[in-house]
Design a protein around this ligand. Structure first.
Ligand SMILES: NC(=O)c1ccc[n+]([C@@H]2O[C@H](COP(=O)([O-])OP(=O)(O)OC[C@H]3O[C@@H](n4cnc5c(N)ncnc54)[C@H](OP(=O)(O)O)[C@@H]3O)[C@@H](O)[C@H]2O)c1
Length: 266
């Protein structure tokens, strides 16, 4: 695939999706392919990535670039592709959390998480925006954050802080870049049925909670936010009410206690 060989059918020509190998990223790839948007997909799990590519190849051109985003050298390969292919939609979706008190977890897993959720996202956002500016074409950078990014979260402290960074950074860059037709958005899902909890609990929480939102619903929310170019969006109404109560109504000490009890429940 070269940047010139890709023609546009819809509002976007080519999307780069990180964390495309499972969960929200995979659901987004399916949605974008059906919209006729060509895809560059990345993640660590090569087998999953190639399965998705095989599934979607009948709709669009699709290129697989496996990379570990916690590794700066591997990130360079993705950045090189961004400058080569100049995608007009970049979705920084790769990310993970770890449940537990910071002192129990130790610094290593928290640093790994910051490397992916913060450093990789910041680097890919900056480089994607530079590529869009150089190519003089408009575009959207969608950063997948979390409702947890709206408040301090004991037992999930570094994750919530990493997503608070995503919100703040995205909103600020959106303002810097929108005069060039480049939008940097932050999407804040509540709990979604993916591998997230299984991974965050290091395999302890295996059962899918039926109260979590469906992954295709989450992908649709993100897509509709992209089309509206809405800077920040928390979905759903239930989470928007919770966010309002936590931020403005309920006493902070009570909120912190409830959040801690919920997340550290086993
Ligand atoms: N599910 C939820 O309840 C929820 C709620 C709010 C926000 N989110 C956010 O949504 C995003 C997607 O998560 P998900 O729920 O879809 O979870 P998931 O099913 O676990 O998917 C996470 C994706 O991130 C990729 N990833 C993780 N570490 C990586 C690394 N070092 N290098 C490259 N890729 C890496 C994974 O790739 P590999 O599998 O190939 O390693 C996978 O494709 C995350 O940013 C998460 O924080 C999720």
């Amino acid at each position: 695939m070269t940047s010139k060989s890709i023609r546009s059918k819809g509002p976007f020509r080519l999307a780069l999706v990180t964390g495309a190998s499972s969960g929200i990223g995979k659901a987004l790839c399916r949605l974008l392919a059906k919209e006729g948007i060509h895809l560059v997909i990345t993640g660590r799990n090569k087998m999953n990535l190639y399965h998705i590519a095989d599934e979607l190849r009948s709709y669009v051109n699709i290129v697989v670039y496996p990379a570990d985003l916690s590794n700066r050298e591997e990130r360079k390969k993705i950045i090189q592709k961004i400058h080569e292919l100049s995608p007009d939609l970049v979705i920084n979706n790769a990310g993970f959390g770890v449940y537990g008190k910071a002192t129990d977890l130790g610094s290593e897993p928290q640093l790994d998480m910051v490397e992916v959720n913060v450093q990789a996202l910041m680097e890919l956002t900056t480089e994607s925006a530079k590529a869009m500016l150089d190519a003089k074409h408009p575009g959207v950078i969608m950063n997948i954050s979390s409702v947890a990014g709206h408040f301090p979260f004991p037992g999930f402290a570094a994750y919530a802080a990493s997503k608070a960074f995503v919100n703040s950074y995205s909103i600020a860059l959106d303002e810097e870049l929108k005069e060039h037709g480049i939008y940097v958005l932050a999407s804040c899902p509540g709990r979604v049925q993916t591998n997230f909890t299984f991974r965050a609990s290091r395999g302890r929480r295996k059962k899918q909670d039926p109260n979590k939102m469906d992954v295709n619903f989450a992908a649709n929310q993100i897509w509709s936010q992209i089309l509206k170019k809405k800077a920040i969006h928390t979905f759903t109404g239930k989470y928007r009410v919770a966010e309002f109560l936590i931020k403005y109504i309920l006493p902070r000490r009570l909120v912190l206690k409830i959040l801690k009890r919920r997340i550290l429940k086993d």
